[in-house]
Design a protein around this ligand. Structure first.
Ligand SMILES: Cc1cc2nc3c(=O)[nH]c(=O)nc-3n(C[C@H](O)[C@H](O)[C@H](O)COP(=O)(O)OP(=O)(O)OC[C@H]3O[C@@H](n4cnc5c(N)ncnc54)[C@H](O)[C@@H]3O)c2cc1C
Ligand SMILES: *[C@@H]1O[C@H](CO)[C@@H](O)[C@H](O)[C@H]1NC(C)=O
Ligand SMILES: *[C@@H]1O[C@H](CO)[C@@H](O)[C@H](O)[C@H]1NC(C)=O
Length: 607
């Protein structure tokens, strides 16, 4: 009896301590690495090429490797930089090694004949002030990265020449849809309801990846979690199945899965599609100064803690000692250079990490083997970069993006598309995306006066160009160039049907195939968004298994393969990875910071 009382007293004492801890955290942010005073008023945009190069293009050499590293990251995509920046905030000295000649991964940009093009950031959602993702991005960039909001009408979707418009805003979004789909009010409300549920509960899926795997496996097996939240079921259900329960209107069904990523609605997770729509519901943003700004403002945090981000540093293998990851070998013309650190983190994707960077026997470990065989390479993409004479204003270009579908049955369309040859694709163009980066960034016309740019995008199976796998850019021969430019011309023609004022303004055109993506980003088979995001990937047991910890002690994964893709997905991958490395639930710190900021915003508004 006595022992029970003393147990209760001790428990009470600890609960009070915990309460005190949260109280102090909440009001002061003590002990947290995420604090409001880490965010400074933005400095003027740096446009000087050399100054930017010093941050983004610092070349690897052995003497630049800082001594006594705490961690080493393979790959400088936003997944790699975000985990490095969080570790740096916790005082760790981190080295990031990038094989390309500049940092940023999919967030890098390139310049050609006075034009600048970004590779993999078209627009980003949830950047409203006080929002969780905005708070995170501000923390990871000292508040230096600025976001420019796109027009309220941020996307148009053309389905067989019927055009639907999406408007940002909690109320505007459903209201605009209801105007365009009379009689479908109930289906739209129902979808909004489910979408909200998914967005509210998705943190539970993230939690799976933070708490111990074996425990989570047991909880999943008992179906206890499925009983607690519907998000597990929604993640496992195919998008099509849930849509069929809401409406028979094929156009509306297509609108609710309009952001293509290579998987048809009948094979994709409802959770992912709902999150994608939810992501932009409050608005769409574009980095002011272009997407290279993301890496440009994350790197100083890493350097400040004594770390470095070095490019032209292709890692050829991860070094193991008694089964533990202890370092990496960097492939240089003069031979391999070995770099050691107690923690190794890979942003190179789950396939590269297991299939190329680790010894073959690791793949035969049963849990690794079973995980990899339940995943596949994601589909590649085909990009056309178009330089236009005249500023965005002169050409009347808008920040609104346009998604084009030839028909409304996206299952059929994706099925047809996957079996098409590249030649057939040139003629039919079943799906395509058009965007004007220069119209989304007010600084573009200052940085590139009298010019503007357009990017066209479609999906592309690797097989179309696989004959040229492994060959250097510009050395792939005439046949490759011809095939590539024929598809590019076809897409340009389609874009000019939509924007006839551009017909005589095209000054420059270049195209990128899955082989290009494989070369510059090391994306296996040029996959656009990492591992294929089909419904199997979002079964709860796979979500639980795809985590930052790997089968190799000391080795962690970050980036888009940890949870999901996109800038937000890759940054959350970085945060989940940092939780694993620091053994700390950093999300609590972020939630508390967000609450403090929110009450401050409320105070400011009420003054
Ligand atoms: C065409 C396109 C459009 C997109 N549009 C959007 C969008 O509008 N909004 C959005 O939110 N997201 C978008 N995305 C997705 C988003 O860009 C990515 O999900 C995200 O940037 C991935 O970050 P990551 O760090 O996981 O991977 P990556 O950016 O791919 O980074 C991986 C890095 O690792 C490096 N690496 C690989 N192997 C090695 C090695 N052995 N040694 C050294 N380095 C290595 C690579 O060079 C690369 O830099 C788009 C992607 C593409 C391709
Ligand atoms: C998703 O991809 C995996 C790996 O290739 C495959 O085994 C699985 O059948 C696919 N899932 C669906 C629902 O098609
Ligand atoms: C999805 O639909 C297409 C076209 O109707 C069909 O060919 C395909 O087999 C379906 N896939 C799944 C996983 O049901």
């Amino acid at each position: 009896m006595l022992s029970l009382t003393s147990f209760a007293l001790v428990a009470l004492f600890f609960m009070q301590l915990l309460g005190l801890y949260f109280y102090v955290q909440y009001f002061c942010g003590w002990g947290s690495i995420f604090r409001e005073d880490c965010v400074y008023p933005p400095n003027p945009l740096v446009t000087d090429k050399r100054t930017r190069g010093k941050v983004l293009r610092k070349g690897f050499s052995k003497i630049k490797v800082p001594p006594n590293l705490d961690a080493l990251v393979i790959g400088s995509g936003v997944g790699g930089l975000s985990v490095a920046a969080v570790l740096a905030k916790a005082g760790k000295k981190v080295l990031v090694l990038e094989q390309h000649d500049q940092a940023g991964g999919s967030c890098h940009t390139f310049q050609e004949r006075g034009y600048e093009f970004d590779v993999g950031i078209h627009y980003v959602g949830q950047m409203h002030e006080g929002g969780m993702f905005r708070v995170i991005m501000d923390q990871l960039t000292d508040g230096q990265l600025q976001w420019n909001r796109l027009a309220n009408h941020y996307d148009s979707i053309s389905i067989g020449h019927r055009v639907y418009r999406l408007y940002a805003g909690k109320k505007e979004f459903p209201d605009a849809l209801k105007m365009q789909f009379p009689g479908e009010e109930e289906a739209i409300d129902k979808f909004m309801f489910l979408m909200k549920k998914v967005a509210r509960h998705v943190a539970l899926l993230g939690t799976l990846k933070i708490l111990p795997e074996a425990l989570m496996r047991q909880l999943l097996r008992s179906r206890l979690l499925h009983w607690i939240s519907p998000v597990f079921r929604m993640s496992e259900s195919s998008h099509q199945d849930i849509m069929d329960g809401l409406t028979r209107n094929k156009d509306l069904q297509a609108v609710f899965s309009y952001l293509f990523y290579g998987v048809p609605p009948n094979d994709s997770s409802f959770m992912i599609n709902a999150l994608l729509i939810h992501h932009y519901k409050r608005g769409a943003w574009y980095p002011r100064g272009g997407s290279s700004e993301i890496a440009f403002h994350m790197i100083p945090l890493i350097q400040r803690a004594g770390g470095q981000v070095l490019v032209r540093a292709p890692v050829s293998r991860i070094l193991l000692d008694n089964g533990r990851a202890t370092g990496v070998a960097v492939q240089r013309s003069e031979g391999e250079v070995c770099v050691y650190a107690p923690v190794i983190i890979s942003d190179a994707g789950i396939f590269n990490t297991y299939e190329r960077l680790l010894p073959a026997e690791i793949k035969t470990i049963p849990e690794v083997h079973s995980l990899l065989s339940s995943l596949q390479y994601g589909m590649g993409c085909f990009l056309v970069f178009v330089g236009l004479k005249g500023s965005s204003d002169e050409l009347g270009l808008k920040s609104t993006n346009l998604w084009i579908y030839e028909e409304n049955d996206l299952n059929c369309l994706m099925g047809k598309f996957s079996s098409m040859s590249c030649e057939e694709m040139c003629e039919q163009l079943p799906l395509m995306f058009i965007t004007f980066p220069s119209a989304k960034d007010p600084t573009y016309s200052q940085r590139h006066p009298g010019r503007s740019c357009m990017t066209l995008l479609t999906m592309a199976p690797f097989e179309w160009f696989s004959r040229w796998k492994g060959q250097q850019p510009r050395h792939r021969g005439e046949e490759y160039e011809e095939m590539k430019m024929k598809l590019a011309q076809g897409m340009l023609g389609r874009a000019i049907e939509e924007f006839p004022q551009l017909a005589d303004k095209v000054d420059y055109m270049e195209a990128a195939t899955p082989v290009t993506n494989e070369y510059y980003l090391r994306a296996p088979e040029g996959s656009m968004y990492g591992a294929e995001q089909n419904c199997s990937r979002y079964q709860s047991d796979i979500i639980n298994k795809m985590r930052a910890q790997t089968a190799v002690p000391g080795l962690y994964l970050t980036g888009q393969d940890v949870f999901s893709s996109g800038l937000a997905g890759a940054v959350h991958g970085g945060l989940i990875c940092a939780c694993a490395v620091l053994n700390r639930i950093l999300y609590l710190d972020i939630i508390l910071l967000k609450k403090r900021l929110k009450s401050r915003i409320r105070q400011r508004k009420s003054m």
